[in-house]
Design a protein around this ligand. Structure first.
Ligand code: GNR
Ligand code: NI
Length: 166
């Protein structure tokens, strides 16, 4: 087990579209286990593989109070999203200490593979739906700041650069 380094904006890997996971072998399982440990340590409620420099379509999350309900999600696909939207103040471990409201579909249906390679279909709403969409954005090279107006994004990036220089 190991805590991995989390890449920060503007690292180029965060802009890449990640590749599907072809086979869930021991190496992949080890990375996912280390991702969970890294997420809990950060602490965060989700972590996508590109954030630790691995451009593969997998992520972990745990939105539970007691941090005892981890999800391991491989090759996810959103198969339905609601017309109704939700606004959450989002943050990102790759954009430290910056927060902004993001509008996203309130409910989604998600298809993915679990750690055993078995296909799962779940319905998610609330924070879980928001977090899944935030993590899936990472798999497509998108950060929450990309959902903001140019003005808001520029202000936030300026604050982040100041923080990173310090
Ligand atoms: O820890 C995190 N909190 C969070 C809060 C609101 C919406 C999304 C998130 S995900 C974030 C961890 C992270 O950066 N995952 O990619
Ligand atoms: Ni993030």
């Amino acid at each position: 087990m190991a805590i991995l380094k989390i890449l920060e904006y503007p690292h180029p890997v965060l802009k890449q579209k990640a590749e599907p996971v072809a086979k869930i072998d021991d190496e992949i399982k080890k990375i996912l286990s280390n991702m969970l440990e890294t997420m809990y340590d950060a602490p965060g409620i989700g972590l996508a593989a590109p954030q630790i420099g691995i451009s593969k379509r997998m992520l972990v999350l745990d939105i539970s109070e007691n941090k005892d309900n981890p999800y391991i999600i491989i090759n996810p696909e959103i198969i339905w999203k609601s017309d109704e939207v939700n606004i959450y103040q989002e943050g990102c471990l790759s954009v430290p200490e910056q927060y902004a409201d993001v509008v996203r579909p309130e409910k989604i249906k998600l298809k993915y593979q679990n750690i055993d390679g078995k296909e799962q279909i779940i319905e998610a709403d609330g924070l879980l739906a928001t977090c899944i969409q935030h993590e899936m954005d990472h798999l497509n090279g998108v950060l929450f700041i990309d959902h903001l107006s140019r003005l808001k994004r520029n202000m936030l990036v300026k604050k982040l650069k100041k923080l990173q220089e310090a």
